[in-house]
Design a protein around this ligand. Structure first.
Ligand code: AGP
Length: 360
């Protein structure tokens, strides 16, 4: 490849390290001359015209879409549905009167997502692609494109593109909210800069994540990731990362849902990673951790400063409540990376996987 690893043993490690820089690049790319965050006028118009957004994506990009839903609903007050592209194409839900379709795809080449785009264009609805690759198929074929500015992502396991997707969706939702006169009470530019610094703090203490991976996953056959609210969305991504590169069976779960069946899988020593970043549900998720601990699980609480408690295994820097996914995903990426290294897995090229899936 013409993209150099430099002194890095793996692209994935390099790409995780680039995440603070990616956020800073996004701030620059979406900054107007007056220093405010902005998006193209025609994209803003399309977002303002829509009565509902339909986010279509696969894998990690789908997980970013789940966060995007929170942003558009909470900041801009626009209802959002998020769909897995391979499902949507063959089982289309009822549509609203003025839908806007948003395709989230790092590569811009995912066949499952493209077949939805083709169908939606036939139906004549407006389309927007959020992608890392200018000139990619889904970018060319959609009406509009928002770029991720993450730089080429080589490792099969997506890391910096996810963080870029979440950040760009935040920008789009924020700009739409402002344009609609919605009361967003924070300066997103500043909050993104704080999040970039937060990620850097975690990157600078990688050793801690290597220890956690060794402690929790060295002999594990399976693992659970739990969270509530926005932390649930991130737990799905944490589980996918671990599965892809370490081949440890993992599941992301809504903390409160475990007791409805899945808790039967908890045995002595089962690792359960719990994210605690949302004040409104922090006591609830801590209660869920107690439930699994009582059944022998080995819980690892990753909490954000401000909602942390004694005994939490990792405390991550405090950021705006909506932006926690940018920071909370990073320890999960690193834990997966080190778990895969311990098992001597091919981190950058996991078995059975391709970087972009160009078949349906
Ligand atoms: C991410 O780690 C995966 N390799 C995979 O889920 C990926 O996100 C998915 O295939 C979608 O790819 P895209 O973003 O390029 O469309």
């Amino acid at each position: 490849s013409d993209i150099e690893k430099g002194t890095y043993p793996h692209y994935m490690l390099k790409e995780m390290d680039e995440q603070p820089t990616v956020i800073r690049k996004i701030i620059q790319a979406y900054e107007s001359e007056t220093g405010d965050l902005t998006i193209d006028a025609d994209i803003l118009q399309a977002l303002q015209d829509a009565d509902r957004l339909y986010i279509i994506a696969a894998g990690t990009s789908y997980h970013a879409g789940l966060i995007g839903k929170q942003y558009f609903e909470k900041m801009a007050g626009i209802p959002v549905e998020v769909h897995i592209s391979s499902e949507f194409g063959y089982n289309m839900p009822l549509l609203s009167e003025k839908p806007l379709f948003i395709f989230i795809t790092q590569s811009g080449e995912t066949a499952d997502s493209r077949q939805v785009l083709v169908k939606i264009k036939e139906l004549g609805y407006p389309t927007l692609t959020v992608t890392n690759v200018p000139g990619s198929t889904l970018s060319r074929e959609a009406d509009h494109t928002l770029l991720l500015h993450a730089g080429p992502e080589i490792a099969v396991a997506s890391t910096k593109a996810y963080v870029a997707q979440v950040a760009v969706l935040a920008v789009a939702a924020y700009v739409t909210a402002k344009a609609n006169g919605q009361g967003v009470e924070f300066d997103l530019k500043q909050e993104l800069a704080i999040a970039a610094n937060g990620i850097q703090t975690i990157i600078d203490s990688k050793d801690v994540l290597e220890d956690i991976a060794e402690d929790y996953l060295k002999i594990a056959r399976n693992a659970f990731f739990i969270g509530r609210n926005i932390d649930f969305c991130v737990s799905l991504e944490g589980a996918l990362k671990l599965k892809e590169i370490s081949y440890i069976q993992a599941e992301g779960f809504a903390g409160g849902e475990l007791k409805h069946g899945t808790i039967a899988l908890i045995e002595e020593g089962t690792p359960v990673f719990a994210l605690v970043t949302q004040e409104a549900v922090s006591l609830n998720i801590r209660g869920n951790v107690k439930e699994v601990a009582a059944r022998g699980a080995y819980p690892c609480i990753i909490a954000m400063a401000g909602v942390d408690e004694d005994g939490d295994r990792l405390v991550i820097p405090q950021v705006n409540e909506l932006l926690t996914p940018l920071v909370s995903v990073v320890p999960l990426q690193l834990i997966s990376y080190y778990a895969a290294l311990h098992r001597r897995c091919d981190v950058d090229k996991p078995r059975n996987l391709a970087k972009s899936v160009t078949v349906e």
